[in-house]
Design a protein around this ligand. Structure first.
Ligand code: SAM
Length: 277
């Protein structure tokens, strides 16, 4: 049902601080459900169901849905909208404070969400870094974020590398602000991330890999030998030697490196640590 009508009926006003822009365009909803590629009985974790338009569309495809909403004012709306769907569970919680395994158990699951834009990166990290990962995510995000997810070397960011480490992102379609109520100030896009069983690169440990990548991006637009040195506690000369050993020009900048190059640096850092220990 139309989000504005529901909010008016329940006398609730949207909270900008929770990123509440509700999707009402039926074509967009259909495209999102189609992209999720669900079989009857598949489990979906929906983050931020809002007034339940997407939740209803997912339930109609006969998926089982666990929908996690932080705003308690929306819970009665969701309960009313989903009363006819016994396979939908509504959970009142902050997704960032919730263990994903407590929501989905051991079952395979897909994440489908029109994300609150103010915490997109934090939610992505929370969903991808969890030990029981989704097999796929279908997310509505700001178009600018969608473009960062599929950036090429030269424009890569910490977010790009973090997502590429776990899965294969693709932009499915762009959405006009008119698809939402209230209208957001920015354009949006639906992205699909197919999650790998194993990372596509060989690293001696996820934690060290992200420590290296974070150090590399820690000082914007600096040469790698400076940013890595500062972030990992090496001198510039040591960081330069380490990069050369990994086959990387120490004067390059973090945004130009591929996932495989970050993995190569991580292996050299790990080998160096093993010698020092
Ligand atoms: N899925 C709905 C739709 O498409 O119409 C609503 C999408 S709206 C962009 C984002 C939703 O996420 C809001 O309902 C908001 O209250 C909820 N939300 C914001 N932060 C959250 C959090 N940390 N955990 C769970 N839900 C959250």
């Amino acid at each position: 049902m139309n989000p504005k009508y529901l909010m008016d009926t329940f006398e609730v006003v949207p909270k900008k601080s929770l990123g509440q822009n509700f999707l009402h365009d039926p074509n967009a909803l259909e495209k999102i459900v189609e992209t999720a590629d669900l079989m009857p009985g598949d489990l979906v974790l929906e983050v931020g169901p809002g007034t339940g338009t997407l939740t209803v569309a997912l339930a109609q495809s006969r998926a089982r849905v666990v929908a996690v909403e932080i705003d308690e004012r929306l819970i009665p709306i969701l309960q009313q909208q989903l009363a006819d769907f016994p396979d939908v569970r509504i959970v009142h919680a902050d997704i960032l404070e919730t263990e994903i395994a407590d929501l989905v158990g051991n079952d395979d699951y897909t994440v489908v969400a029109n994300l609150p834009y103010y915490i997109t990166s934090a939610i992505l990290r929370h969903l991808l870094e969890t030990s029981h990962k989704p097999r796929r995510l279908v997310l509505t995000v700001q178009q600018e974020v969608a473009e960062r997810l599929i950036a090429r070397p030269g424009d890569m960011s910490l977010l790009t590398i973090s997502v590429l480490f776990y899965g294969k992102p693709a932009i499915i379609t762009r959405l006009n602000p008119a698809a939402f109520w209230p209208r957001p100030d920015v354009a949006s896009a639906v992205v699909r991330i197919d999650v790998y069983d194993q990372p596509p690169v060989d690293v001696p440990g996820e934690e060290l890999f992200f420590k290296v990548v974070r150090a590399g991006f820690g000082q914007k637009r600096k040469q790698l030998k400076n940013s890595l040195g500062a972030g990992l506690g090496f001198s510039h000369a040591e960081a330069g030697a380490l990069l050369q050993e990994a086959g990387i020009d120490p004067a390059r900048r973090a945004e130009t490196l591929t996932l495989a190059e970050w993995a190569a640096i991580t292996r050299v850092v790990a080998a160096q640590r093993a010698v020092q220990d």
